[in-house]
Ligand binder design. Structure first.
Ligand code: ZN
Length: 147
């Protein structure tokens, strides 16, 4: 991966909006099929391609391209209304373009949601994952421009 999750000694956590509630089904989100080699996203016990229950972990490059994006405007939840307008991007992974992640384009892993001017975001831009500092045991993937 291009970045590492927050560790002790990192800067103070910043508000990144609502956090997910990982459970047994959603915690392993980089999962590939041990039988056919295809990747599955969202995570699920059975491979949708070959119905195998076997899975393996695979390290990805953390790189992709902006497949789409939106610029949310109020009315929004209070935590988001304070920083609107901001970007929400959909990233297709270099290794598996059919797997797409939502997130925010930022300049720095601990940057505010409105750190990047949403008018500068372009579909097709190369990006790489980075990780916001840990908040309540959760580390959120974010995206920054790649060269
Ligand atoms: Zn499979």
């Amino acid at each position: 991966m291009a970045g590492e999750p927050g560790r002790s000694g990192d800067p103070e956590p910043v508000a990144v909006g609502l956090l997910p509630g990982p459970d047994a089904d959603s915690t392993p989100f980089w999962e590939g099929c041990a039988a056919c080699g295809r990747r599955r996203m969202p995570p699920r016990p059975m491979c949708p391609h070959c119905r195998s229950l076997e899975a393996t972990w695979e390290v990805m490059s953390g790189r992709g391209r902006i497949w789409s994006f939106v610029v949310p405007h109020p009315p929004l939840l209070a935590a988001y209304a304070e920083v609107a307008p901001y970007n929400v991007i959909v990233v297709e992974l270099d290794e598996e373009p059919a797997i797409r992640f939502c997130g925010n384009l930022v300049d720095t892993p601990d940057g505010a949601l409105d750190q990047v001017d949403p008018h500068t975001v372009e579909i097709g831009e190369p990006v790489e994952v980075c990780f916001a500092p840990e908040v309540d045991g959760i580390v959120m993937p974010r995206w920054r421009r790649a060269s």
